[in-house]
Ligand binder design. Structure first.
Ligand SMILES: [Zn+2]
Length: 70
């Protein structure tokens, strides 16, 4: 069971919060971050591999400025 992940940009630890039970990390609650899971597509040497990506809130705010908030 996943308890914590590191932000892929700054390596800050993002910890799982209690209260949500799931075998899928992207569906758990993360304290100050977000977790995504997807399968790599054709063209990458990691084609068909599964990626779990964690982003802390600070990096979402600072590095993903193209997102629309609100
Ligand atoms: Zn970060």
């Amino acid at each position: 069971m996943v308890k914590e992940l590191k932000c892929v940009i700054c390596k800050k630890t993002v910890k799982e919060m209690s209260g949500v039970i799931s075998d899928e990390p992207e569906n758990l609650a993360w304290d100050g971050g977000a977790v995504f899971r997807d399968t790599v597509g054709y063209g990458s040497r990691f084609d068909m591999k599964e990626l779990i990506i964690c982003l802390c809130d600070e990096c979402i705010e600072k590095n993903l400025g193209f997102l629309t908030f609100g």
